[in-house]
Design a protein around this ligand. Structure first.
Ligand SMILES: Nc1nc2c(ncn2[C@@H]2O[C@H](COP(=O)(O)OP(=O)(O)OP(=O)(O)O)[C@@H](O)[C@H]2O)c(=O)[nH]1
Ligand SMILES: [Mg+2]
Length: 417
């Protein structure tokens, strides 16, 4: 959307977290920034130079002193004139400074509004704007790295490359349709087929990478389930690298579900230890087992834990739709134990087999480390693809014309996020 169509309010917000800190930042964006700066600072700081200033309210009373940074349009985060006021990071000072900005004619920014303006001004595309939020929310280094790659435009570039391929393919195909008598020879047809296969493969890659990105953002729910005393809590402690859950030789030790954040190769997991599954007359234990069932229903992956050398029964019918790995624990007690195909043998006591288990968890969760970039794209993109597919189908019946399509897309951007 062209920016000169709209005269936007000038917005202001405290950009740093609430609470006490060495420094707090109030950020402003919009056309009135120069006037507001004149009121608050008595001057407009030189562009892009850290400028010491006294911050004053409308009556000229000192609020704080600190550093002011002025970024004239369009070379700023939002593309508009931006002013950043770095003061002392206390809640009273920050509120007073924000209040002075509002008194001087700014309005309180809505959540994400600075980034939305950056998007509207063409500073970021939609994928990049979302990457900003993902970077801030990143729960692991790997997630942050992926968000940063999307922010740098890698995801957008991959999508544009696909778009360019499709345009060429369309041109080729329409040439064949329009000039059949030119005898666009079979060479061209084969070329078109090869191109389509290439586009399709590239699209699969983008989708696979985006799926991994989605795992990075939400974390994978891994539930440990098994009969009492098989070593579920011991395994949780091993995976967490800390003594989080109580471990005793008494069957029925764990009564409640215990969730621990764990990272494997930078991938965030929520590992859930549960009460051992058995028929119990004990009221507390029964309630615990009910919780286990609930956790199983919400799992992405279930580790069904058995004891090496013991009969592997009791977990045939876990109430879960999640992927499952059978794990045989306490291999240290059964020298030479070999797990059945597809299962993993471990010893929570010695740590034996834990690396294999970690790898199996990542694989079962759909994560494979390619060493390539992962895209932190949102499910929304898949929703958008589905919507476009629907529009394409509707186009066949004349419900949608290309003009409607443009209108649709345009409207979507105006509503914005
Ligand atoms: N030798 C050996 N003992 C283990 C191993 N893992 C766990 N244990 C022991 O088995 C007993 C039960 O371990 P827990 O981790 O409490 O088992 P749990 O499955 O959480 O048991 P509940 O909470 O009662 O369902 C404890 O005495 C542990 O020390 C292992 O790999 N080898
Ligand atoms: Mg336990």
């Amino acid at each position: 959307m062209p920016s000169d169509d709209v005269v936007r309010d000038t917005i202001a917000a405290i950009a740093t977290p609430s609470g006490r800190a060495g420094i707090g930042v109030v950020r402003l964006s919009g056309a009135r920034v120069p006037q507001i700066a004149a009121l608050l600072l008595g001057k407009l700081p030189e562009p892009r130079r850290a400028t010491y200033a006294v911050f004053r309210d409308a009556r000229g009373e000192r609020i704080d002193e600190g550093i002011a940074l002025f970024f004239p349009a369009p070379a700023s985060y939002t593309g508009e004139a931006v002013l950043e006021l770095q003061g002392h990071g206390g809640p009273v000072v920050m509120q007073a400074l924000l209040g002075a900005c509002l008194d001087a004619g700014a309005r309180l920014a809505e959540p994400g509004e600075f980034t939305r303006r950056a998007f509207l001004e063409g500073k970021l595309d939609l994928a990049q704007a979302e990457a900003v939020a993902d970077l801030i929310d990143a729960a692991s280094r790997e997630a942050a790295r992926s968000a940063l790659r999307s922010l740098a435009g890698e995801f957008s570039a991959a999508i544009s490359a696909l778009g360019a391929e499709l345009i060429e393919l369309r041109a080729l195909t329409e040439a064949m349709l329009d000039f059949p008598e030119e005898e666009v020879d079979s060479l061209h047809r084969e070329d078109a087929v090869a191109r389509l296969a290439r586009v399709s493969a590239a699209l699969d890659t983008v989708i696979a990478k985006s799926r991994q990105g989605s795992l990075l953002r939400t974390g994978i729910h891994v539930v440990l389930a098994g009969r009492p005393n098989v070593g579920k809590s011991s395994l949780l402690n091993r995976l967490a690298g800390e003594e989080r859950a109580i471990v005793t030789p008494v069957p029925g030790t764990t009564r409640d579900a215990l969730r621990e954040p764990v990272q494997i190769e930078g991938v965030p997991l929520i590992v859930v230890d549960t009460a051992g599954l058995r028929q119990s007359v004990d009221e507390v234990e029964r309630l615990g087992i009910e919780r286990t069932q609930r956790e199983l229903r919400g799992a992405d992956l279930v580790l069904a834990i058995f004891e090496a050398g013991q009969e592997a029964t009791g977990l045939e019918e876990l109430a879960t739709g999640a992927a499952r790995i059978d794990v045989y624990n306490k291999t240290d007690l059964v020298p030479g134990f070999a797990a059945p195909a597809g299962a993993v043998a471990v010893s929570a006591k010695t740590g034996e087999g834990l690396d294999r288990l970690r790898k199996a968890i990542l694989e079962a969760a759909g994560w494979y480390s390619t060493g390539e970039s992962v895209f932190l794209a949102r499910e929304q993109f898949f929703a958008e693809e589905l919507r476009l597919a629907q529009v394409a189908l509707a186009g066949l019946t004349g419900e949608f014309t290309p003009d409607d399509l443009l209108g649709e897309i345009f409207a979507r951007f105006c509503i914005g996020k």
